[in-house]
Ligand binder design. Structure first.
Ligand SMILES: [Zn+2]
Length: 676
């Protein structure tokens, strides 16, 4: 995980022998620490060294730690639910619970998937084979979008950035088979090897569809060439962090003149979407490039491309030959050595297709109304603390301050589970094979997303299923969401001491709140509209502070000394970690007012336990491949740096562990960022 040189340094300083973990531990498990490490030098190893020493990366994971442990516990709960429902599922399910059971049962029926092979794709493949013009390419792209296979670009009804109460038809760059545009261009040996693995993989997949090896190879050449051209006209992930770079609301006529070979009214109609007067062409440069390719690339190239994306999308749910080939490439990409067992993949697929009924059953078992009330109280407490901080923030003038306060006070709060559950009556589920259920579910979801076009935004809608181990801030709704799945140990444990809950869940809540004020979130106002509410002086003071954070993370490496964290890509998350910890720490201190100060536990003060709680949620083991991919595609910095980065900026941390100027965990004042 750390660079080689840092790892060596860490090993030379820490000499602990592996401890034994206790079975159930509320709060911090002392066996996870390595107290032979100096907390002011290598806090990540100090906090997690015991765990790192005794934990081997399980072969079924590219990365493993607190998040995955909790996810696995949630998955076990879901397994109990789906297995019970599968036993009683009728042949023609009608209720949501019956559909959950039938979906899972059909997914577990690998014999039916093997017997069907790729036959369920034949209709699409025949249509693709019959394409004979650029217009035919566009109609097939629309048809696939209608059915839930989003090829060439992304399409959905999404909130209008500048009219946030309404959904607008939105198209966005996409259409690649590799995880990022950069994979098509980077010349380092790891990326070159991955590209070679991709070429082999695409060809093997086409051969599984019955194409002769030589044909599959020439199809693959077309596919990679087309995707490379799409990648060339795609914005980078850093460019896409600018909301204005993704917002180009055009009349249908103006959109048509940007892309002379795509008629957007016809496209909308073919997908089953309402035909509306305007749409957001997210990245016009991409769509101009795509349009030229539709006109200029050989029809055979487009046929190969569409054939590939149809099979790519379906492969995990086809016969075992396809499933295994899909995993072979996953392995090259992530370093994961073994496939997850089928039941786990099927729990995930069922949750993806029928998230709400499954989530409702999960909530019944794991999350009481009392837990929801406690979560909400913690959120309100954190909001009050940020409110107080905004009043005294020294670098902001009163006009910007008033807008910031109004925005904070307008935050929507989604805790645990939604108040109303989604309606699945239009989704048909039967005995399978599973690919048929997956495809109907994909089409059902695509229909839901496009049915929103031209309609008011449903502010009560949830982005996550309830068992999800994640949380979010949504800038266009100006709300924060904490699903029941993350309001669990080690993030939140009613039996743990407050210090640990504030350093875990408190900091996560503060993190999401801070997203409303990070480099992206700050560009949206209290109503969720993309609108500048900053004075120019305050905006430049914010940028100067943010620049310090970006430079700090740019200097961090993973795997080897050439593979850097991209501080511009991770900026929003890094600002959110820093602000979240600052606010959570202040909230924790505030909660102690008027009470006797907590006694140390296991020799650790409450303040130390707060920071250790943050560090322990980031304990993790990852493959090199996972880390290389992470720094390319993920706006979150690798786990180790989410501990070392923000804590080394916080005087509160230095005070808790008696760190001194010059220590690794104490950044010099001239480099130290303080924003919220
Ligand atoms: Zn975040």
């Amino acid at each position: 995980m750390p660079s080689r040189s840092r790892l060596f340094l860490a090993l030379s300083m820490c000499v602990a022998t592996p401890g034994v973990a206790q079975q159930v531990h509320h709060g911090l498990d002392p066996a996870n620490l390595d107290t032979s490490c100096a907390p002011c030098q290598e806090f990540y190893e100090y906090a997690n060294g015991g765990w790192l020493m005794r934990t081997a990366l399980p072969p079924q994971y590219p990365s493993y730690g607190s998040f995955v442990e909790l996810q696995d516990r949630n998955t076990e709960t879901l397994r109990g639910i789906v297995e019970a429902l599968a036993k009683t599922a009728p042949a023609h399910p009608t209720t949501p619970d019956q559909k959950v059971g039938a979906f899972y049962a059909s997914c577990m029926d690998s014999a039916a998937a093997d017997a069907a092979g790729a036959a369920p794709l034949q209709g699409e493949l025949d249509r693709i084979a019959a394409i004979n013009s650029p217009a035919g390419v566009v109609s097939e792209i629309a048809r696939l979008h209608r059915d839930g296979t989003g090829v060439a670009f992304g399409f959905a009804g999404l909130p209008d950035f500048k009219n946030s109460t309404m959904n607008i038809a939105s198209v966005a760059q996409g259409g690649l088979g590799l995880p990022d545009r950069d994979y098509y261009f980077k010349s380092d040996s790891a990326t070159a090897a991955l590209r070679a693995a991709y070429v082999t993989h695409v060809s093997h997949m086409l051969q599984l569809l019955g194409d002769a090896p030589a044909t599959a190879d020439s199809e693959t050449a077309y596919i990679v060439a087309l995707e490379t051209e799409l990648a060339r006209v795609s914005l980078t992930r850093v460019q896409r962090r600018d909301p204005n770079a993704n917002y180009h609301k055009l009349s249908i006529a103006a959109a048509d003149s940007t892309t002379p070979h795509i008629e957007w009214a016809a496209f909308l109609q073919a997908t089953g979407a309402p035909v509306v007067p305007d749409l957001n062409v997210g990245q016009p440069g991409f769509f101009k490039g795509l349009d030229s390719l539709i006109a200029a690339a050989p029809i055979a190239g487009w046929q190969a491309y569409l054939r590939w994306h149809v099979v790519r999308n379906a492969a995990p749910w086809l016969s075992s030959a396809f499933v295994n080939e899909a995993f072979t490439f996953q392995k090259a990409l992530s370093g994961q050595r073994e496939q997850q067992p089928r039941w786990k993949r099927c729990v995930a697929a069922t949750s993806g297709a029928l998230g709400d009924p499954l989530g409702a059953a999960y909530v019944k078992q794991t999350f009481s109304p009392a837990a929801r009330a406690r979560g909400l109280a913690m959120v309100n407490n954190m909001i009050a603390v940020l409110d107080a901080r905004l009043h005294t923030l020294p670098w902001m003038n009163d006009s910007t301050r008033a807008h910031a306060l109004a925005k904070l006070r307008a935050f929507g709060k989604k805790i645990g589970y939604p108040d109303t559950w989604r309606d699945y009556s239009a989704l048909t589920v039967d005995h399978g094979p599973i690919i048929m259920n997956v495809r109907r579910s994909d089409a059902f979801e695509a229909a839901r997303l496009r049915s929103r076009i031209g309609k008011p935004v449903d502010r009560a809608e949830w982005r996550w299923t309830t068992p999800t181990v994640n949380a979010s801030y949504n800038p266009t709704m100006n709300d924060i969401t904490f699903p029941a799945g993350i309001l669990q140990p080690p993030f939140f444990d009613p039996l743990a001491d407050d210090a640990v809950n504030y350093g875990g869940m408190g900091a996560v809540i503060g993190h999401e709140m801070t997203h409303g004020f990070d480099d992206q979130g700050r560009q949206f106002d209290a109503a969720g509209n993309l609108r500048d509410w900053w004075t120019p002086e305050d905006a430049s003071r914010f940028r100067a502070r943010a620049d310090l954070v970006a430079k700090q993370f740019d200097s961090y490496t993973v795997v080897d000394s050439n593979t850097h964290v991209n501080g511009r890509l991770t900026l929003g998350e890094d600002i959110a970690d820093l602000g979240g910890l600052k606010i959570a720490y202040a909230a924790f201190q505030r909660s102690l007012a008027g009470k006797p100060h907590p006694q140390p536990i296991d020799g650790l003060t409450a303040e130390q336990r707060f920071f250790l709680a943050w560090a322990q949620i980031w304990r993790s083991k990852s493959t090199d491949q996972y880390l290389r991919n992470q720094v390319t595609v993920d706006p979150h910095a690798p786990a180790r740096w989410r501990v070392m980065g923000p804590l080394s900026n916080l005087p509160e941390f230095a005070a808790a562990f008696h760190c001194k100027p010059g220590d690794v965990m104490v950044r010099a004042d001239s480099l130290r960022a303080e924003i919220w």
